[in-house]
Design a protein around this ligand. Structure first.
Ligand code: UD1
Length: 416
């Protein structure tokens, strides 16, 4: 899918089921490398990031196959600790294999990962966590070579609670000798999902979801089955779709408990919610109010992955607003494109200052990254006339079928 066309201005009405979480699925897939056998990952989203991780796993000797939305991974014959350069360069999440490969093989060759334009995205915290566990690294021209005769439990202090580094520290320490404390650990729900999977496989982990995680090393892990929880960012995306287009929608399986800050911000803009055991009902107001000041932060703060969608919503809210990005240093790529749709945004440092207009105007815009691309589609839902979003291969990295989902909500959205 190259482009998406949106015929805007139609209030949403309907219901859609939220897909499995990308950010939970990727580390769980990587963690199967720790297990000498077969695992079953249910409710796994069929998105390009997952397909790329599948390719990476196959390149090191795993066998993988789909059964509907269940992905089976057999890591019995992992034989390689080098990942193909192209796969690594195109996907940041390849870094998730650092911990598992070191735990499994005691050695890893890793090309500097790529993936996104949203910032520098260094890997120093990952490297530091591995070094604490006894890994020696040598930096060659384009790749990093890590070796460890054995991994030993340690106290790992992270200079920032990085999600990926916390995941790598957990995955490397589950098979280490002795206890590992990780502090301050990321508290994102995806960390808890990874630990739930590993506990099913026999790992001993305590404190996930808090800033102090204890991993008690075990000798081996065994085969396990795990269901990927629903994607809180996809649910949040469709909430902003409803905010921009107006109307009311029901989001089946939305992980409401993980979305407190997003729901709070939307409520401050006039959205009303009603949740039950099956999902959440979203009702947009006639006109959005400004949210005032939204600041992204680590979980349970406002998610950086929702920033560009709320920026789009703030552009049509009544009044002035500010969005401050605290996690990634270069995450305002969508600003120029929103301006082309008539948005009034002033960008200063790490903050975007909005002055809401009544409506955006459809035009041709280009996605430069995953969540920014989704934000442009949401903006198109509320814009007058046609919006064409190009660069949609980024959107496919995280949304299984955004056009199908939005059509279920009554939108006129087509891939072209
Ligand atoms: C994960 C999510 C991503 C989300 C982000 C923050 C996945 C696959 N991706 O990304 O969608 O936006 O969490 O919630 O789960 N940093 C360093 N050194 C490091 C690692 C990170 O300086 O070694 C910095 C990053 O540049 C960034 C900040 O820490 O500024 C947060 O990054 P991190 O929490 O690691 O995010 P990811 O795991 O890459």
């Amino acid at each position: 899918m190259d482009s998406i066309q949106i015929d805007g201005g139609i209030p949403l009405q309907g219901q859609v089921r939220i897909q499995g979480s990308k950010n939970a699925a990727l580390p769980v897939m990587a963690a199967t490398v720790l297990i000498n056998g077969r695992c079953l990952i249910e409710n796994c989203p069929k998105i390009t990031d997952v397909f790329q991780m599948q390719t990476l796993l196959e390149s090191i000797g795993c066998r993988t196959w789909w059964e509907g939305h269940s992905l089976r991974i057999d890591a019995t014959d992992v034989y390689d600790y080098r990942m193909p350069r192209e796969a690594v360069k195109s996907m940041r999440s390849s870094i998730s294999l650092l911990g598992p490969l070191l735990a499994r093989n005691g050695e890893v060759f890793l090309y500097q990962p790529g993936g996104c334009v949203i910032g520098e995205r260094p890997i120093d915290i990952h490297i530091h966590a591995m070094e604490c566990l006894g890994v020696d690294f040598e930096e060659e021209e384009h790749y990093i070579h890590g070796t460890a005769a054995r991994l030993t439990g340690a106290n790992i202090f992270l200079k920032f609670p990085s999600v990926g580094a916390t995941e790598n520290a957990i995955m490397a320490s589950v098979l280490a000798e002795g206890d590992t404390y990780i502090y301050p650990a990321a508290r994102e729900p995806e960390i808890v999902a990874l630990c739930d999977f590993l506990r099913r496989a026999g790992a001993i982990i305590e404190g996930d979801g808090t800033e102090l995680i204890l991993v008690k090393g075990v000798k081996t892990l065994h085969e396990a089955c795990f269901r990927i929880p629903p994607d809180r960012i996809v649910a949040g995306t469709y909430i902003t779709g409803c905010m921009l287009a107006g109307g009311s929608v029901f989001l089946g399986d939305a992980p409401v408990a993980q979305m407190a800050e997003v729901i709070k911000a939307a409520e401050s803009m006039g959205v009303t919610f009603q949740d039950n055991s099956e999902g959440i009902f979203v009702q947009a107001p006639e006109r959005l109010k400004t949210a005032g000041h939204i600041i992204t932060g680590v979980y349970p703060g406002f998610p950086t992955d929702m920033q560009s969608m709320f920026l789009a919503a703030m552009c049509v809210a009544d009044g002035k607003g500010i969005l401050t990005e605290q996690i990634f240093e270069n995450r305002f790529h969508v600003v120029d494109e929103l301006r082309r749709m008539g948005a009034r945004i002033d960008l200063r440092g790490d903050s975007a200052y909005t002055d809401g207009v009544l409506t955006l105007t459809g035009t041709d815009v280009h996605a430069e990254e995953l969540r920014g691309g989704a934000a442009l589609v949401m903006a198109g839902l509320g814009a007058t006339g046609h919006t064409v979003v190009t660069g949609c291969e980024y959107i496919c990295r995280g949304y299984e079928n955004i056009c199908r989902d939005l059509r279920e909500l009554g939108a006129r959205v087509y891939s072209i």
